[in-house]
Design a binder for this molecule. Structure first.
Ligand code: BGC
Length: 830
């Protein structure tokens, strides 16, 4: 993206118009080319919005992506997108309609729980420019200006939480012979038939315009504003005409698109349609997903069809209580002809839909669920002999799909959908195994940096982007300005750490380092004289299954142990990062702080081979975060295994401990116990939800209780990825594909088999190519096949400790398992 792109975009005027808050704005104008279409060398459109925009040039959408400009920390980072429109201009008559729709999106989304109704501003609008380059080197710019026509349109209500309403009677039929009633090819319109998304855009989205040509430059903007009706414009949507005006816009925040765009990814058809006990029509799409339902329907003019969405059923009816204040309801008013609807200005987290007001019998072919998320490349396949584990892995993948929609969110369905930092702090490693998240999380970390540096005082907020700071808080609201939480704030170090391990990008580490420093400097003064982080409120081992349902922070694990250990991990990584970046003074500073924390932890929290609060989380963190000396690992792992066995292998950890407990066991001689913990099906456990039919990871271990009722807690989502972080252990330890050096410059193949799984295979697509493992157990004979990209060096470690080094190609290896390798309960270790 050149400076020229931004300069061109800034030739346009940010425009808005006053409509009802729920109404989508329709903005349109007509571009008349200066030269014959054959003279068009290249043409691009650059655009951004307050809100979310859809744009059609020459009668068809400029992109198959949705929710542009995405969600970023809008106060400092507002992305613009660039799309190639050369072909459509060349194919045009030379008079080119430009039509846009602008909805509320995240900008005016009434965001936040407990009625916070947080917004970035009250005015939505568009900034866009079409840049045409002619063969003679001249350029023509055509941008948004108050000359554009504005009106309301067929989308009469739009809200990410509440849903979308479309009145098909307000659509402008462009082809009288068509009965679809939709604006043919316009933004927000849907293909007539079949119900498939538009073809993906070709190539990357961040096009670079050819260097500015030297020739003459003409501007079709700005014309004197005389009111929309004085211009020859495409027929506006049949809404109310509005007055277009310039809106307030701070151009200093503009940045080119950094991460992937959001796109329709796949389509699921109804698995079942039936009547609920109360006589309502329910549809099951067979998978908890994020997106919307696309509908094709014919009925009487004015008939209203309503779709409500939910993740689960309760008592045979749609289970909407967990959605709290999010209505997640789409309403369609029929035109009387054949209508198609696709609510692209909202999204829902759902598996089930309730359809009301449908004319006649609802056929499965009339509906399809469209899965929408950021366009991430899948990088992991995994399969093993235990179908429940395969489903668990699938649930983790689907959890990531649904919660990687522009930003990494806690959940996609209720009145929240926020970038909770703690959730991604513990899930980043898993996320980076499953999909290529390099750009996605890099962009989010730049948001984190902006929010952290601008926070007063500088500190990491609990959600990024921090829309909550704009919330309407009651004076005594508990969540008013909560920040500097262990694990949550540690996202400033842990997420860059995982990206460094996975992708090894030093420039990006350098970009993430300043926020890491701010985080460390914000916490250091909070340490007690002892050197512990043991003061103040902590979310800590959030959602420990033994905590009362209404006190998710009241975990067994001592909050000071969790906070001090977590901060130690951050500081130790900051020391490493500073060293890598050649900041020697910083490296020494952080190393000294790390030593202080470690010493304090060991002095105050370790006694008689026990760690304060003696529960699985504290041992898991101390072992995995490096707070113990080599010689201490044996008693700590032994005690961890005992604690796990004492509870008969149900999970006893929350957000803090869950990602690390299997690691702490398997890497220290207790792999069989880790396997038994993984394979437990009694509640609470990873596989309990799977046996209850889960198709995503649940927020609570028992979001659905064994009797099929929904957990009565106020905070009960069925699509929260955090507790699915065990999937990283499955990929790295069960399948055995581990980074051997940052960025997989070298790979470590070290599968650790255990009881209950007879074979496993996985492929991770690294930057160097696909890395595959496949192993099998026959009695105690272990065989392993490894496939590596050419010239990738691998260290292979077999379960009996045998090591070898190979470079590229296919390799078959094997060994006899050591005694006890498949026996849980510690017999082999005692
Ligand atoms: C979110 C969590 C989050 C937590 C922290 C919840 O409402 O859904 O995932 O991390 O709050 O307080």
């Amino acid at each position: 993206m050149t400076d020229q792109t931004l300069a061109d975009l800034l030739r346009a005027t940010f425009i808005t118009a006053d409509a009802e808050r729920g109404e989508v704005l329709a903005l349109s104008a007509e571009l008349v080319l200066d030269q014959p279409v054959e003279q068009v060398a290249a043409a691009f459109v650059h655009a951004t919005a307050h809100g979310v925009y859809e744009l059609a040039i020459a009668g068809s959408p400029v992109t198959d992506s949705v929710f542009n400009p995405g969600w970023t920390a809008y106060e400092w980072r507002l992305q613009y997108q660039s799309f190639d429109v050369t072909d459509r201009l060349r194919a045009s008559s030379g008079t080119v309609p430009a039509e846009a729709r602008v909805g509320n999106g995240w900008y005016r989304g009434d965001f936040g729980f407990e009625n916070l109704k947080a917004n970035y501003g009250e005015e939505i609008g568009l900034l866009a420019v079409v840049v045409v380059e002619y063969l003679d080197g001249s350029r023509q710019l055509f941008g948004t200006s108050p000359d554009w026509a504005a009106s309301t349109c067929e989308i009469t209500a739009n809200s990410l939480y509440q849903g979308q309403s479309v009145d098909a009677r307000l659509r402008v039929p462009t082809d009288p012979s068509s009965s679809s009633g939709s604006v043919a090819g316009g933004p927000g319109s849907v293909a007539d038939s079949p119900l498939t998304p538009p073809e993906p855009d070709e190539g990357p989205e961040t096009h670079t315009l050819p260097e500015p040509a030297e020739g003459p430059e003409t501007h079709t903007l700005p014309e004197p504003a005389e009111g929309p009706e004085s211009h020859t414009l495409p027929e506006p949507a049949e809404g109310r005409l509005l007055t277009t005006r310039e809106g307030e816009f701070d151009a200093s925040r503009l940045i080119p698109q950094v991460g992937p765009l959001v796109r329709r990814q796949e389509v699921l058809t109804p698995q079942r349609i039936w009547k609920s006990p109360s006589g309502r029509t329910l549809v099951d799409f067979g998978q908890n997903l994020v997106g919307w339902v696309r509908v094709r329907v014919t009925g009487e003019e004015g008939q209203v069809v309503t779709l409500r969405h939910a993740e689960v059923l309760e008592d045979g009816e749609l289970g909407t209580r967990p959605l709290r204040a999010a209505a997640a309801t789409d309403r369609y008013t029929l035109s009387g002809g054949q209508d198609a609807f696709e609510p692209t200005f909202t999204f829902h987290g759902f598996r089930y839909a309730e359809v009301d007001g449908w004319p006649g019998e609802l056929e499965a072919s009339a509906l399809e669920a469209v899965v929408v998320h950021s366009d991430l490349k899948s990088t992991m396949t995994f399969e093993c002999s235990e179908p429940l584990v395969n489903q668990l892995v699938s649930n983790s993948v689907w959890g990531q799909k649904g919660n990687f929609l522009s930003v990494p969110t806690d959940c996609p369905q209720r009145d929240e959908r926020l970038g909770w930092t703690g959730d991604i702090a513990v899930y980043a490693a898993t996320a980076a195994s499953q999909f290529d998240v390099a750009d996605f999380l890099h962009s989010w970390l730049l948001d984190l940096a902006a929010e952290t540096i601008h926070h007063e005082p500088p500190a990491v907020p609990v959600v990024i982007p921090d829309v909550l700071k704009h919330g309407n808080y009651a004076a005594d609201a508990p969540f008013r300005d909560v920040h500097s939480q262990a694990i949550w704030a540690d996202a400033a170090a842990w997420v860059p750490q995982e990206l460094w391990r996975r992708y090894g990008d030093l420039d990006r580490l350098a970009a993430h380092y300043p926020a890491m420093v701010t985080h460390l400097e914000s916490i250091e003064p909070l340490l007690s004289d002892t050197g512990l982080w043991d003061q103040g409120m902590q979310l800590a081992d959030w959602l420990d299954p033994d905590a009362p349902p209404d006190q998710p922070w009241a975990a067994k694990a001592h909050p000071g142990v969790v906070a001090t250990a977590s901060f130690y991990r951050s500081v130790a990584f900051a020391a490493e990062a500073a060293g890598l970046l050649g900041r020697d003074a910083d490296a020494a500073r952080w190393a000294a702080l790390a030593t202080r924390l470690r010493t304090a932890f060991r002095t105050h929290y370790i006694a008689d081979e026990r760690i304060t609060s003696d529960c699985a989380t504290v041992y898991a963190l101390a072992i995995c975060f490096g707070l113990l000396d080599e010689a201490e690992l044996s008693w700590a792992a032994k005690r961890l295994a005992e604690v796990v066995r004492e509870r008969d292998y149900v999970v006893t950890t929350g957000f803090a401990g869950t990602p690390y407990v299997t690691w702490a066991l398997s890497e220290n001689g207790y792999a069989p116990d880790a396997y038994r913990l993984l394979l437990q099906t009694h509640c609470p456990s990873w596989l309990y939800s799977v046996t209850m039919g889960a198709t995503t990871i649940w927020e609570r271990w028992d979001s659905m209780l064994p009797d099929g009722s929904i957990n009565p807690g106020d905070m009960t989502s069925f699509n929260h990825y955090a507790l699915g972080a065990v999937a990283d252990w499955i990929y790295q330890v069960v399948a055995g594909i581990r980074p051997g050096s940052p960025g997989f410059g070298r790979v470590l193949i070290q599968p650790v088999p255990g009881p209950g799984i007879d074979w496993a295979k996985a492929t991770y697509t690294s930057a160097h190519g696909p890395i595959s493992t496949s192993w099998e157990l026959a009695e105690d004979e272990f065989t392993l096949a490894v496939e590596l990209p050419e010239s990738l060096a691998a260290d292979i470690v077999l379960p009996d400790g045998t090591r070898c080094e190979v470079v590229g190609g296919s390799h078959a290896l094997g060994c006899t398992l050591p005694l006890g390798a498949l026996v849980a309960g510690g017999e082999s270790n005692e």
